[in-house]
Design a protein around this ligand. Structure first.
Ligand code: SF4
Length: 326
């Protein structure tokens, strides 16, 4: 591994000063970054450990919930405010990784984790995300875990997070600071599709720092569910996952939120399917129709076409759980 400088600033301003320097990477839990460094996928000159910053709190605001960027995945998933107000987020977090990893991984780091495409981690293979312009090993390779929505000729990788799928469904925003001050970006706009620049995972600008996440209040707590389909029951990435949230009043769906994981380069929100459910009764038939609508435009490849059937089945099942049918 290449030698690097390690610094541990104690103030936000000091962190911003250091991350402005080229070749600098932020480290918090390190559950993905250390692997990337050990495998030679990334080789920063400098690591900025931000664990000294006061960004671990989880508290209510006038309109919702604020979660600090350094809150641990395990702490968020067990937090009483989260369990009461946004149980979907807790379910998504508990579906991710392993208890040991959740005890180290932070909310900000979870957002910033890289794809688990095996060609990205194998420096002997072509990969436009790791080395732009070298090609895509997965395109004609073993692409069983890869995307069916929003791909480009450059990259067909998926985003690996479960937490991010839950946050995308819950209309969360990412709170960011940079040299010019603070800004918020909708969670659904934070991660990018690969397009011509698969090396860019998200819209965080150079020199910016994630300080938290905000989730607006909603009426989804009673009727939400996170369903993850994977090769084994724990410590495995999603083949397909679905975050489903319904606001049901007097037996009719007033609002719906749906997002998928394991199918795109970013958490994949199903806006048309959500709209199709409004005003309908929470029945299996209506859920299956919404699921069919959600899959329009999906494209399978040699080894991942099974997701074209698994996708709508998982959406329907997640909605049945959220709607109280099972
Ligand atoms: Fe690299 Fe993306 Fe192709 Fe995987 S799918 S090899 S990450 S370019």
């Amino acid at each position: 591994m290449k030698q690097f400088q390690y610094v541990r600033p104690t103030s936000q301003q000091a962190v911003l000063d250091v991350i402005a320097k080229p070749g600098t990477r932020i480290i918090a839990g390190g559950t993905n970054l250390v692997d990337l460094m050990k495998k030679g996928v990334t080789s920063p000159d400098r690591l900025v450990d931000i664990n000294q910053l006061p960004l671990r709190s989880i508290n209510t605001t006038a309109n919702g919930l604020h979660i600090g960027a350094l809150a641990l995945n395990s702490a968020v998933s067990e937090n009483q405010l989260v369990l009461n107000k946004q149980p979907l987020l807790s379910m998504a977090l508990k579906a991710g990784a392993s208890p040991q990893l959740r005890n180290m991984a932070t909310v900000g780091g979870n957002m910033m984790q890289r794809t688990r495409c095996p060609y990205f981690y194998d420096t002997a293979m072509p990969c436009n995300k790791r080395a732009p312009g070298t090609g895509c090993g997965a395109m004609g390779g073993f692409n069983r875990m890869h995307a069916i929505f929003g791909t480009s000729p450059q990259c067909i990788a998926v985003h690996p997070s479960d937490m991010c799928v839950g946050l995308a469904a819950l209309d969360a925003s990412v709170v960011i600071v940079g040299k010019t001050g603070q800004r918020k970006i909708l969670f659904t706009d934070f991660h990018r599709l690969p397009g011509e620049h698969p090396e860019k995972d998200n819209n965080l600008a150079p020199g910016e720092l994630i300080i938290g996440v905000e989730i607006p209040d909603n009426n989804f707590a009673k009727n939400s569910y996170y369903l993850k389909v994977r090769d084994r029951q724990s410590y495995a990435f999603a083949l397909v996952s679905v975050a489903a949230a319904l606001d049901i009043q007097n037996g009719v769906i007033k609002q719906a939120r749906l997002a998928m994981g394991g199918v795109a380069h970013k958490p994949w929100r199903l806006f048309d399917a959500e709209k199709s459910l409004i005003g309908k009764k929470p029945t299996e038939e209506n859920f299956a129709q919404a699921a069919a609508l959600a899959m329009q435009g999906a494209k399978g490849r040699e080894y991942n076409s099974f997701k074209l059937k698994l996708g709508p089945a998982t959406i329907t099942e997640a909605l049945k759980h959220a709607g109280g049918l099972v």
